[in-house]
Design a protein around this ligand. Structure first.
Ligand code: GUN
Length: 280
């Protein structure tokens, strides 16, 4: 028997309808949610993400501006743009697509974004608020995963939750959100000993490793809920996640596919954060 597939596209579509309706209510009061997306350089994956973000904005009736800056942009030029957007009343959310080219200081750029417009929730003020459990914005990918867990009617309370990956964008905030819902959380990473032993304890397993089919069936407890954050290419160039879906779906209670799982949720949560910022 194969596990239940958590349909990120469907959950995402339903949420986007709600966001669109709320944007219409705001528009009636003369406020159109506005997002500025900044991309530096030519990274093809980033270009696809940025295009999808603009398209999603248009679909829910948001205003958006895209700034595609050349690879050789200086830190000073980027900071000046961020400052201009901080002051622009049409813009409620600012997103600087990561990673930035190597000569730029990512931390400095994130620190320059006004915390009120930081719809990625990457600024230290927003990260700190999340740690304290008192926040307006949640980072988009972990927030989207929580929505999927809720949509699948999975309760986190008291469960063994294992997150593989400790990035600032996914792993660390993911652990915090599971903790907020009273999960017992373990974060695994490249130095974790006996990884399979730890992951096999998980009732809820989140894979954010960035390696194709890294999580194999022997690493998963039968009946677990498996969330796959990966976006990789397999040996045939086909898009695949961090989880060996074919094998793991046979024993998981519920699992997210790639594509069509976590991916669509990330942009949806960006729209939600932009709406929140516009609501003031
Ligand atoms: N690069 C990969 N994921 C993200 C994200 O969520 N936000 C930004 N700004 N850049 C990213």
């Amino acid at each position: 028997m194969s596990g239940k597939i958590i349909d990120g596209k469907a959950v995402s579509a339903a949420l986007r309808e709600q966001i669109k309706a709320q944007a219409q209510e705001l528009a009636a009061k003369g406020i159109v949610p506005g997002l500025a997306v900044v991309i530096v350089g030519e990274d093809p994956a980033s270009q696809v993400y940025v295009r999808n973000k603009e398209k999603a904005c248009a679909e829910v009736g948001f205003y958006s501006e895209k700034y595609a800056l050349p690879e050789q942009t200086t830190q000073q030029e980027l900071l000046e743009l961020v400052e201009r957007l901080n002051q622009d009343p049409k813009i409620h959310g600012i997103l600087v697509q990561l990673p930035l080219p190597k000569h730029l200081d990512e931390k400095g750029v994130i620190a320059a974004i006004s915390p009120e417009k930081d719809v990625d929730a990457f600024h230290a003020v927003n990260v700190g608020k999340i740690m304290q459990g008192d926040y307006r914005f949640l980072p988009c990918t972990p927030a989207g995963i929580m929505e999927l867990i809720h949509a699948a009617q999975v309760s986190v309370e008291g469960k063994e939750c294992v997150v593989i990956g400790r990035s600032n964008i996914v792993g660390k905030p993911m652990a915090m959100l599971l903790l907020h819902e009273n999960g017992t959380v373990t974060i695994c990473h490249s130095r974790t000993r006996n990884l399979a032993e730890v992951t096999r304890r998980a009732d809820i397993l989140v894979a954010a490793v960035g390696k194709a089919k890294f999580v194999t069936k022997d690493m998963v407890k039968p009946g677990a809920v498996v969330i796959d954050v990966g976006m990789n290419r397999d040996e045939n160039g086909k898009l695949c996640g961090d989880v060996d879906f074919e094998a793991v779906s046979q024993i998981a209670d519920a699992i997210t596919p790639v594509p069509g799982g976590v991916g669509p949720m990330t942009i949806t949560m960006l729209l939600k954060n932009t709406l929140t910022a516009a609501q003031g």
